[in-house]
Design a binder for this molecule. Sequence first.
Ligand SMILES: CC(=O)N[C@H](C=O)[C@@H](O)[C@H](O)[C@H](O)COP(=O)(O)O
Length: 237
Amino acid sequence: MTRTSRRPALPAGLAGGLVVSCQALPGEPLHGPHFMVQLALAAEAGGAVGLRLNGLADIAAVRSAVSLPIIGLWKDGDEGVYITPTLRHALAVADAGADIVALDATGRPRRDGLTLAETIASLHRCGVLVMADVSTFGEGVAAAEAGADLVGTTLSGYTPESPDVPGPDLDLVRALAAALLVPVVAEGRISTPDEASAAIAAGAHTVVVGGAITRPAALTARFSAALAAHTTPEDQP
Ligand SMILES: CC(=O)N[C@H](C=O)[C@@H](O)[C@H](O)[C@H](O)COP(=O)(O)O
């Protein structure tokens, strides 16, 4: 991407629509840019208005094949601050072709020592839009004050400070949507169309769905577990 000091407007098509998160980590059967491009094309065919993608190779490959807006991130590790943990990661995600860069905005120390506000200001100077992934109401308010262009509930359920619930944190969506001027993104454990609709009703600007659409191994495991519950010990070979 060509860096410019002019920050673009948020892609208008995101409002009220579905963003499909297409992610497969190393070791997952669908890992790799080829599969992510195919998933992204399938999402587009199904009516998605945007995509959420992890990693420079996947972002670049999908950017060249699909014209939908991309929320990009770079997962580096899987503990603490691992979603786009430094300014360097964020700039690389933008350069790979993301329209919006998602980053951890939980308030935990960032690896490069920059504050969230400093990180966002640097990205804005480069014309990059920022989605703040938060886990609590307080983090969402702080992220908006730090200048985030979008605030997402992505990390609710993944920090000690947030509720450990099996479904989406619609209470957090509702509270943030009522309090913030910036758009709120509902993300995390949304697994049915009814839950996606409920997120919009709760005030979400857009809804991100990942595993319920793009992780077939996890989906298969749900069905297998349901059938296994009917299996008696005598049925075992
Ligand atoms: C916590 C974390 O690292 N979330 C990641 C963020 O990009 C992804 O692993 C999720 O799949 C994504 O948030 C969509 O959520 P779900 O797959 O539950 O619909």
